[in-house]
Design a protein around this ligand. Structure first.
Ligand code: ATP
Ligand code: MG
Length: 420
């Protein structure tokens, strides 16, 4: 056993075994002795021959960079628990994701089908949107920093990229990223921005579809030269995703797809062109009716809960147990519609009830990836389901008719349902 494998950081995080190494350091499987849970620990390697001043700058920057994403609470970004300076270098303690990276998946199985890539792209756009709104740029989005845990797509290594070749971090302050995924303007010396993350997203999705990024060459110089001088080889396997990929891989950052337009094009690719507002599907129609009924009921002073219960039931079932006196949002909220027949029912207690619901399988179907507003409800009857409730204190959840106890604020819960 090596010295590192015996290490316990901050008298708490025990290194168990090495998961893998990248350009910036090593990721370890670890154990948090205090909370008795598995963690992943990223040991950051400092650039060699770093002057003492630069070492201090590096520490400060690492702490700042790790602190920023630690504030981001979204399903698609790895949770950062702690940063420890020990053995003369920083260690980032984070959520352990027992799953392969997109890079490993491409290496193992070759190019992915466009539907799967569209789902990955959608999740990464959400992750970037959350980060960019908080003023955080990833700087090194690439397949090895995207972990695929079943339906969940998780982005890691926020803001950690640095140019190991930079003579002085103090002077340059320049973080470079990975040549095959870096945006042309960043390769040319400009600062990384949200738009440069969108380029890296385009290159990542391109790699997922084609098996390799658009400008991969035998060495760094050749890659950077191709990035500067050559046009993007048109993707062969992108299908309906081609306009999203080429829009993100626009060399001029001002002409590159914005986040909103990328989402729009991705959704068009998934659903076909929309004419104005999307016509309501039966479920949408149902929700609109519920909204009207609830509003009417409220203005008449009638308990809205009971009315909503009556309207939402899609299949005949036992009489709803809700009563007009049940206060919406109370800890034991009224039993919602059709719980006897529905596999899963979610109702928002607050405006921050974010959910991700999908049907697992080779071609996974995403049923919901949204934030519900207080009182909104969703009901799913599929026999097999994966559901992630990002903040259990914000949502009431019924599984096979049984209400789940609400968790602490910010607590995430995953339900895997299989009716055989
Ligand atoms: N939170 C995590 N949980 C589990 N495995 C992880 C986690 N973060 C990273 N890994 C895995 O650790 C391995 C090494 O990651 P690392 O970030 O060091 O390398 P990289 O992404 O290939 O390169 P780079 O240093 O440029 O980011 C990868 O295979 C990745 O899948
Ligand atoms: Mg990484």
């Amino acid at each position: 056993m090596s010295q590192s494998e015996r290490l316990v950081l901050a008298t708490r995080y025990r290194l168990v075994s090495e998961i893998g190494q990248g350009a910036n350091g090593t990721v370890w499987r670890g154990h948090d002795e205090l909370l008795d849970r598995a963690v992943a620990i990223k040991e950051l390697r400092l650039p060699e021959n770093l002057a003492e001043d630069d070492r201090v700058v590096f520490y400060r920057r690492t702490l700042r960079e790790a602190r920023a994403p630690a504030q981001l609470r979204t399903h698609s970004i790895v949770e950062v628990y702690d940063v420890v300076i020990e053995q003369g270098r920083p260690w980032i303690v984070m959520e352990m994701i027992e799953a392969p990276s997109l890079e490993q998946l491409i290496e193992r199985s070759g190019p992915l089908p466009p539907e799967r890539v569209a789902h990955i792209g959608r999740a990464l756009l959400d992750a970037l949107n959350t980060a960019h709104k908080a003023g955080i740029v990833h700087r090194d989005l690439k397949p090895s920093n995207v972990l695929l845990d079943g339906d969940r797509v998780v982005l890691t290594d926020f803001g950690l990229a640095f140019s190991s070749g930079s003579a002085s971090l103090t002077k340059t302050g320049h973080f470079m990223g990975s040549p095959a995924y870096v945006a042309p303007e960043v390769a040319a010396g400009e600062k990384a921005t949200p738009r440069s993350d969108l380029w890296s997203l385009g290159a990542t999705l391109y790699a997922a579809l084609e098996g390799r990024p658009p400008f991969e060459r035998e060495n760094v110089m050749a890659t950077l030269s191709a990035l500067a001088n050559e046009s993007i080889p048109p993707p062969q396997n992108a299908g309906a995703l081609a306009p999203v990929i080429t829009g993100l891989l626009e060399k001029n950052p001002t002409r590159r797809l914005s986040h909103a337009r990328a989402v729009d094009r991705l959704e068009r690719a998934l659903t076909g062109p929309r004419s104005g507002r999307r016509p309501p599907t039966p479920r949408y129609r149902l929700m609109i009716v519920i909204g009207l009924v609830a509003a009417t009921a409220a203005s008449c002073g009638i308990g809205a809960t009971a009315l909503i219960v009556g309207m939402m039931r899609e299949k005949p079932g036992p009489s709803p147990t809700a009563t007009a006196s049940s206060p919406p949002g109370s800890a034991q909220a009224a039993t919602p519609p059709g719980v006897a027949t529905s596999t899963l029912v979610v109702r928002a207690r607050t405006d921050t009830c974010k959910i991700f619901v999908s049907v697992p399988g080779d071609a996974m179907t995403v049923l919901s990836d949204e934030t519900l507003h207080m009182g909104d409800a969703r009901q799913y009857d599929q026999p097999r389901l994966n559901a992630v409730i990002y903040d259990t204190s914000a949502c009431d959840v019924w599984v096979n008719g049984q209400q789940k106890p609400p968790g602490r604020p910010g607590e995430r819960q995953t339900y895997t349902l299989n009716k055989g």
